[in-house]
Design a protein. Structure first.
Length: 343
């Protein structure tokens, strides 16, 4: 069995400063944040006791809407799709309107969705053209854990840019291990950087145990809403956005490495209108997970599904949520009290 992402993008930092009020350094490839971020919009957060596993997460959301000057408003009364996963969340990245939530604040393992943070942390430190030598321990890590890999071999030398494709598309545990080993240095220090970044981004219900989401005792966890926040930051980074939305990446053979062809494990790409990625994940403990986004008529919708029972079902759930939310009014009526249906 394959685990950790089964076989079967100063923009992010500026966005983080605007969205979550952080002090993280900006990457070299940064661009100005979008208007919504510059307006000071804060992502809505679930209040109450979101870590509990009751039938639903408390419905009230908080967060200043820099565009409309109000809390996130509810969607109109129209039947929402039935989502069978353990948790789900979908919101409009520009307005902060939360369209759907199911156990959105429940702490759960997120498998290889972890690698979105891995890529984000690497981009805070590394030059995209820096070269990383693959070590035998990187290859051994993926094999020993029966994890998905990018097919790397010891002695190969690849750029950080290419390795990020290897992390995000085939969900290579070998590629993530190599980057963590170099930019931690080492997995433990790199994981500490990941957790520091999570705190700075306001992901208060997220804890990472390693750079790849593989299961381990006392392992990491996050929530659907935290992972949706992270996806928004990632998509505001031009490099991560490009990588996450790429269907196929080819690394041509050179004196430094052999040829590699990596296909994105996200089946929404090329099939779902406006799909932009973001990341798939799977372990036995986490089930089938998906962080996803799509541009629908100029509206960036971002969502997360956690704990689905099959690979295809997570993609169907994402499709249904996107179609349903796209059908709602861009500015849904205020039904009072800032309550969002289905949370």
């Amino acid at each position: 069995m394959q685990i950790g992402g089964i076989r079967l993008g100063a923009c992010a930092a500026l966005a983080a400063l605007a969205v979550f009020g952080t002090g993280l350094s900006a990457p070299a490839h940064a661009h100005p944040a979008p208007a919504a971020a510059r307006a000071g919009w804060t992502a809505p957060t679930v209040t109450g006791a979101p870590g509990t596993a009751g039938s639903a997460v408390p419905a009230r959301l908080t967060g200043a809407d820099g565009l409309a000057g109000a809390v996130a408003r509810p969607v109109a009364d129209r039947a929402a799709p039935a989502i069978t996963g353990k948790a789900a969340y979908l919101f409009d990245a520009a307005t902060g309107t939360a369209y759907f939530g199911k156990q959105a604040g429940r702490r759960l393992p997120v498998a290889s969705l972890t690698k979105v943070m891995t890529a984000y942390v690497v981009l805070r430190q590394a030059s995209l053209d820096a070269v990383v030598r693959i070590d035998a321990s990187d290859v051994r890590h993926a094999r020993a854990n029966d994890a998905t890999s990018a097919g790397l071999r010891a002695g190969e030398r690849l750029t950080v840019r290419d390795l990020l494709y290897g992390v995000m598309l085939p969900s290579g545990a070998d590629a993530s291990h190599a980057l963590a080993r170099v930019y931690g240095p080492g997995a433990a220090r790199f994981t500490a950087r990941m957790n520091a970044a999570a705190r700075a981004l306001g992901l208060s219900l997220t804890r990472y145990a390693n750079p790849d989401g593989l299961p381990e005792p006392g392992g990491g966890y996050s929530t659907a809403i935290d992972q949706a926040k992270l996806a928004r930051v990632a998509l505001n980074d031009p490099v991560l956005r490009t990588i996450a939305s790429t269907r196929r990446h080819v690394v041509r053979a050179s004196k430094l490495h052999r040829a590699h062809t990596w296909t994105n494990s996200n089946k929404l790409l090329g099939k779902t209108p406006g799909a932009l990625g973001v990341k798939t994940g799977y372990t036995r403990a986490a089930g089938y997970c998906l962080s996803f986004a799509a541009d629908r008529d100029g509206r960036l919708l971002i969502g997360v599904v956690l704990g689905e029972s099959s690979s295809d079902r997570r993609f169907r759930s994402a499709d249904r949520l996107l179609d349903w939310a796209a059908g709602q009014a861009a500015e849904p009526p205020d039904l009072g009290a800032g309550v969002v249906r289905n949370l």
